[in-house]
Ligand binder design. Structure first.
Ligand SMILES: Cc1cc2nc3c(=O)[nH]c(=O)nc-3n(C[C@H](O)[C@H](O)[C@H](O)COP(=O)(O)OP(=O)(O)OC[C@H]3O[C@@H](n4cnc5c(N)ncnc54)[C@H](O)[C@@H]3O)c2cc1C
Length: 523
């Protein structure tokens, strides 16, 4: 029992399936595990209109002292999911970290050296608060059904559906789903059920976590010591959390006896040596942990997708577990959106990380159409922000680097003086086949698509992405001689535009169909 926090107890509600065992319910997506990653994944999908059933074998939030630090990118995702503000309000924001060797400061960093960022570099908050806020958001989200004390005990992946057996305090029931997102934590019972491996190593070291409640005027910074006089030969880490709870991690070494080291008579002298005898504090939580760095070779297994600690585990130092887990939820959305109801076996050795639509990533396609035909069509004028855009759900990134917003300035809006379709981002796809296939896939997802519209040099389809950004996808249909013909009239066209501010007619053949006879497909 903690002094500063009371664990909520969420009620078990008898599932209707128990009363109709002859019917097997089918749902689009089941997420197993209501830890931070499972809840973020479920929220992300439900907010994008995909119905989700979230199952957890427990009935409360994370017990004890686990995740502390949440980084800027995770905060952006939490903002999008609707819990960022609560996390920031309750947590302790910090940017500066200091590293000491014995008594001397040897290194410091500032995660956000510029002023006026919307969010700090890090926020420290006990994981149970984060989870509580996520539970509240899940419960308030239409299309997201959450079930406590529902433990998945069997998984049968199929070509078109995944079958599950779920155990509850009042009996077991069966379900099927299109996609199963597995967020059942580092031990991942489902990984075991499916006989899947996770590779990596366990570090031969032990760390004591001592959370203490104390009033201290130390700055809200991360302090890390190597070989400090109060704990010679080992490292120590200090973080301030909410409610005046301070997290102290003492390195103990592999030979330490975990049970012995957890006893107050061992812990308290260590803390007194660090803080001084006069400092008043109360122990809030004590545990000893070892850590592992492990990763599954593949996160996607047909219709079963692994996310969070179930898929990858890292050392708590660097605060990467939940932080990286919140990012991997986007991959889950990408996959569940990509083939829902279309085909079953998309596999990748690693998940596609969420990428901004125009990113410095080493891919070659698609190019921005504007790069080759800028003068002939409205120039893309993106109002999108890289943070918001979810275009990567359908299209790989391009090679160019572009900035859509400055983090230190208020976000951009759409130009209110033009209709909604005017400002758009254009991407080139490989071929007409890809264009038509993409149109069919979007329409199967219920997304309205305009086109293909024939622009002679290329054909385009248009749609709005989930954030409301107008997207154009274009396939090259250039015929021999077209570019040369345009090249000849380009200066005249510009001059005509300068003088009249009316669409020049020099290349009217592009729009009235004459190009078909003027430029045969092959010469
Ligand atoms: C000491 C320590 C410090 C850390 N510090 C940080 C930090 O500062 N920052 C950070 O980002 N991360 C940190 N982490 C890591 C972070 O705690 C984890 O990465 C995070 O909890 C992983 O979330 P998850 O949702 O993947 O899994 P979990 O939080 O483990 O959740 C898994 C859920 O699945 C449920 N479940 C399991 N099996 C079943 C089943 N069969 N059926 C139904 N439900 C099931 C469980 O009850 C649980 O609710 C720290 C971890 C430790 C141990």
């Amino acid at each position: 029992m903690l002094k500063t926090y009371q664990y909520p107890k969420y009620p078990f509600v008898r599932p209707a399936e128990l009363d109709h065992p002859e019917q097997t319910r089918h749902v689009p997506v089941v997420v197993v595990g209501a830890g931070p990653v499972g809840m973020c994944a479920a929220l992300d999908l439900a907010q994008k209109g995909k119905p989700v059933l979230l199952l957890d074998d427990d009935d409360t939030v994370s017990i004890g002292s686990r995740g502390v630090c949440y980084a800027k990118r995770a905060l952006e995702i939490l903002d999008r999911l609707g819990v960022g503000e609560r996390v920031v309000q309750k947590g302790v924001s910090w940017n500066v970290g200091r590293t000491f060797y014995r008594n001397d400061e040897v290194f410091s960093f500032n995660l956000v050296p510029e002023p006026d960022h919307h969010r700090p570099g890090m926020v420290n908050l006990q994981q149970y608060y984060l989870e509580e806020y996520l539970v509240d958001a899940c419960r308030a989200t239409p299309g997201l059904e959450m079930r406590w004390k529902n433990k998945v005990i069997a998984v049968t992946p199929g070509e078109t559906v995944v079958a599950l057996r779920v155990e509850t305090p009042e009996g077991a029931y069966s379900l099927t789903c299109d996609w199963l997102i597995v967020a059942d934590g580092a031990r991942s019972p489902i990984r075991h059920m499916l006989g899947l491996d996770i590779e990596g190593k366990i570090f031969m070291d032990r760390f004591l976590i001592a959370d203490v409640v104390m009033k201290a005027d130390f700055p809200a910074e991360r302090w890390f010591w190597f070989d400090p006089p109060f704990h010679p030969g080992q490292s120590v880490l200090l973080h301030k959390q909410a409610d005046n709870v301070w997290r102290i991690d003492f390195q103990l070494g592999w030979d330490a006896d975990p049970e012995l080291e957890k006893r107050p008579e061992r812990v308290i002298p260590r803390i007194q040596a660090m803080l001084g005898d006069d400092r008043e504090f109360e122990l809030e939580w004590v545990s000893v942990y070892t850590f592992q760095c492990r990763r599954m070779n593949r996160f996607n297994h047909g219709r079963v997708l692994f996310v969070g600690d179930a898929a990858h585990q890292v050392s708590p130092f660097g605060a990467r577990g939940a932080n990286s887990g919140t990012r991997s939820i986007c991959c889950a959305r990408i996959n569940t959106s990509r083939h829902a109801g279309v085909r079953s076996t998309q596999t990748q050795s690693t998940p596609r990380l969420p990428v901004p639509p125009i990113a410095t990533v080493g891919r070659t396609e698609p190019k921005r159409r504007s790069e080759r035909s800028r003068s002939c069509h409205s120039t893309p004028n993106p109002t999108s922000t890289t943070r918001k855009n979810t275009l990567s759900t359908t299209i790989p990134p391009v090679t160019t680097s572009t900035r859509f917003e400055l983090p230190t300035r208020p976000p951009m809006g759409r130009d209110p003086n033009t209709p909604a379709w005017t400002q758009h981002i254009a991407f080139e796809v490989e071929s007409m086949d890809v264009l038509l296939e993409t149109k069919a896939r979007l329409e199967a997802e219920g997304i309205e698509v305009v086109g293909p519209t024939d622009h002679a040099l290329f054909q385009s389809i248009y749609f709005f992405d989930p954030n409301g950004h107008r997207i154009e996808l274009a396939a090259n249909t250039l015929r021999p001689g077209m570019l040369e013909a345009l090249d000849k009239v380009k200066w005249e066209m510009l001059e005509a535009w300068r003088q009249t501010k009316r669409a020049p007619q020099h290349a009217r053949w592009m729009h009235d169909g004459r190009y078909i006879t003027m430029f045969p497909e092959s010469q």
